[in-house]
Design a protein around this ligand. Structure first.
Ligand SMILES: [Zn+2]
Length: 521
């Protein structure tokens, strides 16, 4: 830990930043004398978990306590601050993962504290313990001696067994905001007499990723190099802050599809020791500005000149890709290849697919070809023809039936869809003339197209359609029948449904390629 970080390690509850909810609860347990035997402190690194554990240990062990304001002067307080108290034992589970260490704790915990009120075990990174060690710890937590307090700290609470978690009072530490850290740094600079400008502190806060500890280490480094006069220029020289022109160059490389350029920019990025994660974040910000500007929200005019090179969906996709890259490089050592590969992919942003557009075009294609893509088989309508609807055509079949009378008898009050009406029509016809129904039954499906004002009768059997073709009077009556129920049909079409296998009669791939002017890639 850096000198400044050590110096500003909180020694009192009041000195913690950004964790008010936790500090208040802990103070209450002390005030109400309701100290628990096991606590779990979880949260990102550098937000004050172990510091809180130490201050809490002092609060319950201070000779003038238990108190929410430990004196920091008595023997107990001083030893805890120095980390040499025999009764406050800190264990780093990352390096002491085994069952033996936990067994030691178990046997030692039985003995009374040397001269404090409580024996406190602070186990840092507790999720790193082995299974056997976890089980041994669990046994201790099940029957803790009354003088023992466990404080388990972890950055990954989900990796701590539920049986352990359920025995602890769980406090979730928040990641600190850039503003929290910036305010804290400003405070520290005041106290140490370090000259600074606002922009520099903002950069340090951003670079430390929510960790006070990291921000103080960086402040330490920069203030020494800058002879206690921090400014943005010196800071950029030291930490390799991302200049806007580097971001510009990268976006240009993507737009120009110039991998050689990007390759050398990545080289520059790694050679100058710029934090790659921070760079990617800044690049995401730049693309966000472009996306917002493109949609008339202008937060900055820095990257406005790029808006004409990208569509909305391309920008969204680029941002998505960069976010995944950011997530991955944080958990990888050798991430340069991943970065190169990602930029190689981003360069081809013009081939990114606009899914909404594709779906619309497929729908259009289906409509135009009269086909529906259904699983493995393709249904295609063939021989679509408009029917005659005049009375002069042969009327030998319909002469003794008047469909309109059937229509009159149905209840008009209900709003009926085309299928229901067709069913009712068939039912009535069947009652009057069973001969007819054999033919009408061949109509497998019926559709009403409001745009074309047409009724489409779809046959499964191509041979019976001839009947409808000849029956001008019947067809006219069908139209009249439907129009009595708020339809507005002008013509009837018939079509025959044909099931074909994808590979046989129709080549879907060819059709799609034609629709999208496409070629295989
Ligand atoms: Zn004290």
């Amino acid at each position: 830990m850096s000198n400044t970080a050590l110096k500003f390690r909180p020694q009192l509850f009041e000195e913690f930043i950004g964790q008010d909810h936790i500090v208040e609860s802990l103070k209450n347990t002390i005030k109400n004398n309701s100290i628990s035997h096991a606590y779990l402190f979880s949260g990102p690194r550098g937000v004050g978990k172990t510091s809180t554990a130490r201050v809490f240990s002092k609060a319950i062990n201070c000779e003038n306590g238990p108190t929410v304001n430990p004196c920091n002067k008595c023997r107990n307080c001083v030893e805890i601050t120095k980390g040499i108290s025999p009764d406050v034992i800190e264990i780093d589970a990352a390096s002491n993962r085994g069952i033996d260490q936990i067994r030691d704790i178990r046997s030692n915990a039985q003995f009374l504290p040397s001269y404090s009120r409580y024996k406190v075990y602070i186990i840092d990174e507790v999720h790193m313990l082995t299974d056997a060690a976890f089980n041994a710890l669990l046994k201790t937590l099940e029957e803790p001696p009354s003088h023992v307090v466990f404080i388990l700290a972890t950055t990954e609470p989900h990796k701590v067994k539920l049986t352990i978690r359920s025995r602890c009072q769980h406090f979730r530490f928040r990641p600190l905001s850039i503003k929290d850290i910036k305010d804290h740094l400003s405070n520290v600079c005041e106290k140490l007499g370090i000259k600074h400008d606002d922009a520099s502190l903002e950069i340090i806060a951003k670079l430390s990723d929510g960790s006070v500890r990291d921000s103080l280490s960086l402040l330490d480094l920069v203030s020494i190099y800058s002879n206690f006069n921090i400014n943005e220029k010196i800071l950029k020289d030291i930490v390799g802050f991302i200049p806007d022109d580097l971001i510009n160059d990268f976006i240009n490389g993507i737009v120009e599809k110039d991998f050689k350029k990007i390759y050398f920019l990545i080289e520059k990025l790694y050679n100058t020791g710029i934090d790659v994660g921070f760079f990617i974040e800044e690049l995401i910000n730049a693309f966000r500005y472009i996306l917002l500007s493109k949609n008339n929200i202008q937060l900055s005019d820095k990257y406005v000149h790029f808006i004409s090179y990208f569509e909305n969906y391309q920008l969204q996709k680029i941002i998505d890709i960069l976010f995944s890259l950011l997530k991955e490089i944080k958990s990888m050592d050798k991430n340069r290849f991943l970065v190169e590969n990602t930029f190689l992919y981003l360069m081809n942003y013009r081939t990114f697919v606009d899914l909404e557009n594709v779906l619309n075009r497929i729908e259009k294609l289906e409509k135009r070809l009269g086909i529906e893509l259904k699983g493995e088989t393709v249904i295609q309508l063939i021989d679509t023809k408009e029917l005659e609807t005049n009375k002069e055509v042969d009327r030998k079949v319909t002469k003794d039936i008047n469909i309109n009378n059937i229509g009159e008898k149905l209840e008009k009050s209900e709003k009926l869809d085309v299928e229901t009406l067709w069913k009712k029509l068939k039912q009535k016809i069947a009652e009057k003339s069973p001969k007819w129904i054999a033919i009408i039954d061949d109509v497998k499906d019926i559709k009403y197209n409001d745009k074309g004002k047409e009724l489409l009768l779809i046959f499964s059997n191509p041979y019976e359609e001839g009947f409808f073709k000849k029956e001008g009077e019947l067809n006219k009556q069908i139209i009249d029948f439907f129009n009595k129920f708020e339809f507005n049909i002008k013509k009837i079409k018939i079509s025959v449904e044909k099931k074909i296998k994808e590979k046989d009669d129709i080549n879907i791939v060819e059709l799609i390629k034609k629709e999208f002017n496409g070629k295989e890639v």
